[in-house]
Write a protein that binds this ligand. Structure first.
Ligand code: EPU
Length: 418
């Protein structure tokens, strides 16, 4: 199992290019099941999750090739309809084959994703939404299964105590595009990745209105065709590098990110006293200054993303005072707290809140990565900590960050992969 050895204290200076968005490309890949024509997707990051989704799709009769950031997908054999536990259990996002399978093949069986380090993570809203379209899904032997689905448009409400659901919206949207009649999704997720999926479906010939809003109206069509599409840049990857620059620049430039997708982060950085300059397609951050404490609450888009909560915690761990971080999407997403405390941070967790007492320095230690974004936070902490930080189980980070060690080393970091 790979480990990272991070030698702390090197200033970051230079430019990092943002990769394509992981969370946009995964549902887009699943949506290739909706046609028998070839779908070509550009700006695809080379990530373990993309390889896992490719494996799921191959099991479902899709031919997949990936070369130089371009995926070619063609659904060739429609006889299979089951996404097995071995794959789904390694990546929850496999659940987004459910909607396309029901819509195109009329049947689907996807292993129920279990809980994970982020908490219980139910899929009740996916099931409710797809059943409203007539899927008749049941849970049996650990799988969510429907055998003879004839989908019809319906009104579907996707709100919950935690806001909307990103992949639940993806599933209902991809099912509705081939359903008979009109579907209205109320309280749809408005994350840029869902907007990107809708634009991709439009490129396939889907009739969708209200893209990027909480009310999406879809008129089912008889069939969809192949298309060529370029996915949006990864706002979480770009933001992670901006936080790295804030912690330990130099002047670090992040290229190719959409500033409009990361306004909540930019606002938080500004409140923390970190300067970020926008210069065309570049975001330039100057780091190393005093950090002011800031209270952060995670919300659905366009609020502060839960996928950056661990990374911003590292910055605030070094602030001049006390910050309160409230997690409203995944109340249990705080496993990184104990690991950051091993590096000298002073963070106390109380239910879905972490109280971060800023300290003046972190010092390197051995730590354990627990999930994708928590691992990224440990890398950031290692960059700023004095001495060496050894991060175990970095396979988590390879799920969602393309060559994070190479990218950071190219701007002056010293990270060894062992
Ligand atoms: N929820 C329900 N019922 C459902 C679905 C969700 O109660 O049927 C709850 C969840 O438990 C959570 C909240 O609703 O409290 C939001 O969950 P959501 O369904 O939106 O999450 P997701 O679609 O499974 C995606 C991203 C996550 C990201 C969340 C929130 C992908 C592949 N995953 O997950 O990304 O944290 O939205 O923005 O798009 C990551 O990239 O590291 C990651 C975990």
């Amino acid at each position: 199992m790979d480990r990272f050895l991070v030698y702390g204290g090197r200033t970051l200076e230079g430019r990092i290019r943002t990769a394509g968005s992981k969370n946009a490309v995964l549902p887009i890949m699943a949506a290739s099941l909706l046609t028998n024509e070839e779908v070509v997707v550009h700006n695809v990051p080379n990530l373990r999750d993309v390889r896992t989704m490719s494996a799921v799709l191959r099991k479902l009769g899709v031919s997949v090739t990936f070369e130089a950031g371009t995926l070619r997908l063609r659904s060739e054999d429609e006889s299979s309809w089951k996404a097995p536990y071995e794959l789904v259990s390694t990546m929850r996002a496999s659940i987004c084959v459910l909607g396309p399978l029901l819509a195109k093949r009329g049947r689907a069986s996807v292993s129920m994703p279990g809980g994970c380090v982020l908490g219980v993570r139910p899929i009740d809203l996916h099931i409710k939404g797809l059943n409203a379209l007539g899927a008749d899904l049941i849970v049996e032997q650990g799988n969510v299964t429907a055998r003879d689905a004839r989908l019809r448009g319906a009104e579907v409400f996707l709100g919950s105590a935690f806001g909307s659901t990103v992949l639940g919206t993806a599933n209902v949207m991809t099912a509705a595009v081939l359903a008979e009649g009109v579907t209205v999704i109320e309280h749809a997720a408005v994350e840029p990745e869902i907007e990107d999926l809708a634009c991709f479906l439009q490129a396939m010939g889907a009739a969708i209105e209200g893209v990027g809003t909480h009310r999406i109206v879809i008129e089912g069509v008889k069939e969809l065709h192949g298309c060529e599409y370029t996915v949006i840049p990864d706002r979480i990857e770009a933001s992670t590098y901006l936080i790295a620059g804030a912690l330990i620049g130099g002047t670090l430039e992040v290229e190719g990110a959409k500033a409009g997708h990361i306004l909540a982060l930019l606002d938080t950085l500004q409140a923390a006293g970190v300067e970020v300059e926008r210069d065309g397609a570049l975001l330039r951050v100057k780091g190393g200054g005093d950090i002011k404490p800031v209270d952060v609450t995670t919300h659905c888009y366009p609020g502060f993303p839960t996928d950056l909560q661990a990374q911003i915690m590292v910055l605030l761990a070094l602030a001049n005072g006390i910050s309160i971080i409230t997690e409203r999407i995944y109340p249990d997403r705080f496993i990184h707290v104990a690991e950051l405390n091993r590096l000298g941070a002073t963070i106390r967790k109380e239910s879905n809140i972490s109280i971060v007492h800023g300290v003046s320095r972190l010092s390197g230690a051995q730590v354990m990565a627990s999930d994708l974004r928590a691992s990224a936070a440990l890398v950031l902490a290692g960059l700023v900590a004095e001495g060496e930080t050894e991060i175990h189980r970095v396979y988590h980070i390879d799920r969602g960050y393309e060559r994070i060690d190479d990218k950071l080393n190219s701007v002056g970091a010293c990270i060894e992969r062992i």
